[in-house]
Design a protein around this ligand. Structure first.
Ligand code: SF4
Ligand code: SF4
Length: 351
């Protein structure tokens, strides 16, 4: 790209970041103010408060605050999604705030001296805000996990996290055997391999904690055409040992090596579909139990809300379809976090 092109693209990026920041801050402000006013409405016009006109005013105000809240949560959610895209906590933080708003009718009525049309309208508005933020947060979480999975399957770790083998290209005559040994992966260079004691002894460098990317003697041996027996047992005697580093330091070396991280990428490629299949198998096998649990949870929530609002919501049994949708929603959120944990285990904890 020309210098002018890259300057324009940077300026455009800065412009977008500035817009996103403004939208996020205005959204946060509108959310904060409207939530405050809705809570204030609940407390100000409680029980048998005031005249009918005061009540009607409060209901009308709650409707206006609801509109501000909707605009606020949309601005907050979209702005923060742009600003913090890629952060582990973005989707979770949005869902926590959404849950805080959605479940307001659960914990707020306990602090009121009574409820009425105005407070119910205000509580309903908080729930609407929570629902919208929850839907956006859920979509953000899904898109984020989709991009993470495709990027991890394609490239594993980012090149800038690698210390060993960063500039190495894949070999032309590459092998790429799933979960193979180091010499069955695409970064094993033919001219080193033919004189490499790890290859000739049919071992794996990350198990020996010594290899062509980290030990100079392995490369030097290949450059100097040092003879190594073809017999696997005899070749093992030629594997160099570095006594200057501790085991932990050698492992650390592997964690930032392109070869080891290719191996981790293979692990991810295998364990990711297995995790998804396992999750769906769990859903299918324990569907009845899960439906009962979600149904009981929803009934319990309704019971608490009904008690707190002195019977305003009435006792109701959630429709089967609604329970199914809630279960699917919980399962998808659960799956998303299991995938994040898997990514963490393989690419950060290097298990
Ligand atoms: S240590 Fe390097 S050269 Fe030797 S077999 Fe493994 S990847 Fe190939
Ligand atoms: S750092 Fe580890 S994975 Fe990389 S070549 Fe050395 S032993 Fe093999």
């Amino acid at each position: 790209m020309s210098r002018l092109g890259s300057d324009l693209s940077e300026t455009f990026q800065d412009f977008l970041t500035g817009c996103a920041k403004t939208v996020m801050l205005l959204g946060a402000l509108a959310t904060f103010i409207s939530v405050g006013l809705l809570v204030f409405t609940c407390f100000r016009v409680t029980g048998d408060a005031g005249s009918a006109s005061q009540m009607a005013d409060a209901v009308r105000n709650a409707e206006i605050f609801q509109k501000v809240l909707i605009a606020g949560v949309i601005g907050l959610a979209t702005g923060s999604a742009y600003m913090f895209w890629g952060s582990e906590f973005l989707g979770a933080a949005q869902l926590v705030v959404a849950a805080g708003l959605y479940f307001a009718p659960l914990y707020l009525p306990g602090m009121l001296s009574g409820t009425n049309q105005a407070s119910q309208s205000a509580l309903g508005s908080l729930q609407v805000g929570g629902t919208i933020l929850g839907i956006i947060g859920f979509c953000v979480l899904m898109i984020d996990i989709f991009f993470r999975v495709t990027q991890r399957v394609k490239t594993g770790v980012k090149l800038d996290q690698l210390k060993y083998g960063k500039g190495i290209k894949e070999e032309g005559d590459k092998q790429n055997i799933l979960l193979g040994k180091c010499w069955q992966l695409p970064f094993c260079r033919k001219f080193v391999r033919e004189k490499c004691p790890i290859y000739l002894s049919k071992r794996t460098c990350w198990k020996e904690l010594v290899g062509c990317m980290c030990e100079e003697s392995v490369i030097r041996g290949a450059m100097e055409n040092k003879p190594i027996p073809k017999d696997a047992l005899l070749a093992a005697n030629f594997i160099p040992h570095n006594h200057k580093l501790t085991m932990a330091q050698k492992k650390e070396r592997c964690y930032s090596c392109i070869i080891y991280n290719e191996h981790q990428r293979h692990k991810y490629k295998v364990s990711m579909p297995m995790t998804v299949i396992g999750f769906f198998a769990f859903y299918g096998l324990f569907h009845g139990m899960l439906i009962d649990a979600v149904g009981a949870l929803l009934t319990k929530i309704n019971h608490i809300v009904n008690g707190a609002t002195m019977g305003a919501t009435g006792n109701y049994t959630p429709p089967v379809m609604f329970v199914e949708v809630m279960l699917a929603f919980f399962m998808l959120i659960g799956l998303t976090y299991v995938m994040k944990m898997l990514e963490f285990a393989i690419f950060k904890a290097k298990i």
